[in-house]
Design a protein around this ligand. Sequence first.
Ligand SMILES: [Zn+2]
Ligand SMILES: [Zn+2]
Length: 290
Amino acid sequence: MPDLNSAPELVNDIVDHMIGAFTFDLGRYLIAAGALSLLLWFFGKWSDARRIQSRRAGIADYKREFLSSMRTVLVFGLTTITTVLLEAAGWISVMTTEIVWPLFAIQLAAMIVAHDAYFYWMHRWLHNKTMFRFSHLHHHKSRTPTPWAAYSFSSFEAMAEAAFVPIYLFAFSIAFGGMYPFAIFLFLAHMIIRNVMGHAGIELFPAGWTRGPLGWITTTTHHDLHHSQGNSNFGLYFTWWDRMMGTEHPEYEQRFNAIAKPIRMNVRAASNISIAAFASLALATTVQWI
Ligand SMILES: [Zn+2]
Ligand SMILES: [Zn+2]
């Protein structure tokens, strides 16, 4: 027999989860896009020297990017609630035992690599003529993206983007019995940080990056070229899929090298930038985890 006394508790629980989910999704967007915009403004001279396009985003662009990102926050919030409810129903499991750090690192890396693959193929699908007109065109209205474009999706695309988390956690729970909640949190923090970096409009990676040992990590120019030219560079975090499928922009490295020139910087400016970047990341991570 159903326990009638527990019904109000369940409603209270769902309302609590809803508030938590929306605050989390709104918070990480505002903190990441806000912190990066502030940094780029604070180091204006450096930013101007590394601006990727000569065209500048206008007020209408900022307004569209921000307002549609608010709609995405609602969709992401609903997905987060779905994930929490799936966990409550036992479909998704989390590990509550003490963290074993090598296992933690593998879980985090596996989720990032899986998301990169999911994103690449979903993104290719969204570029099919029908899907593009129906959904993805909205994100591409940002020809010159800003950090605020990170969540600038149509409702359908927001759903397709968000679906990865519950699908992955469900599959992972079946195969391996669940992830550490802190690994899921860091995955989400990494996702928004890389997302705002890709839309910064200013090249944030150091000179020579694409030829270095970590050159397979995508730069801002990589995603910026996707916005300005369309049919190449579909990847999110890594260049792997674009290289394998022959969809990398033919002038990607050349364009990156033209923008990311080594700059002379005195030690004080360099340490200011590092401290500010580190403080923003630390703030973004701690505020959200609390
Ligand atoms: Zn696209
Ligand atoms: Zn984009």
